[in-house]
Design a protein around this ligand. Structure first.
Ligand SMILES: [Zn+2]
Length: 183
């Protein structure tokens, strides 16, 4: 999934699952190299980070799932679960503790500190997302768990991407109508 479809690099990170239901059981990457490549492609992390090892991968996936749980609840207008919210809060505070702050004409820029690795980059990307003023446009795909910012007009976008979920949902609805009509 591209950043354009999700609307923010942090969402592209949360969307690194491939199952087309609500299980989030399958990752879109097989190893650290593939994860890093996907995050690079969506702009969630800069070039030059070391390939994450097993522990860093587990950390990133744990962060992803806690952040997904929180944002999924926000998209649905629900209060996030306490444990997930706390996990995300702790991660944000920890990344901020080590972050570098730059005060420029356009405001504050946060970047990971000198020792900051993949996790810090991901957390700060999530913080950037969470502070956006268009977060009321956050939606979850009707079919899968991918999240996106919906800036379309009209009744709104229902699918993460036409190619991934929209077309299949339409085909299923069409078949269901045919079955009903042929009945
Ligand atoms: Zn979808």
């Amino acid at each position: 999934m591209s950043t354009t479809e999700a609307g923010h690099p942090a969402l592209a990170f949360l969307n690194t699952v491939t199952d087309d239901g609500k299980t989030r059981a399958a990752n879109s990457f097989a190893d650290g190299e593939a994860l890093l490549a996907q995050l690079l492609a969506t702009g969630a992390v800069p070039r030059g980070l070391p390939v994450p090892g097993g522990r860093q991968m587990a950390e990133a996936v744990a962060l992803r799932e806690a952040a997904y749980a929180v944002l999924s609840a926000m998209a649905a207008g629900r209060k996030p679960g306490r444990e997930d919210a706390l996990t995300l809060e702790t991660a944000i505070k920890s990344a901020l503790q080590d972050a570098s702050l730059a005060f420029g004409p356009r405001g504050l820029t946060l970047s990971p500190g000198p020792l900051g690795g993949l996790q810090d980059h991901l957390v700060l990307a999530l913080l950037d997302l969470l502070l956006r003023d268009d977060l009321d446009r956050l939606r979850e795909c009707r079919r899968c768990t991918h999240l996106f910012l919906d800036h379309g007009r009209g009744r709104g976008r229902r699918w993460c991407a036409m190619a991934r979920c929209g077309n299949r949902a339409k085909t299923e609805a069409f078949r269901a109508r045919q079955r009903a009509a042929g009945g």
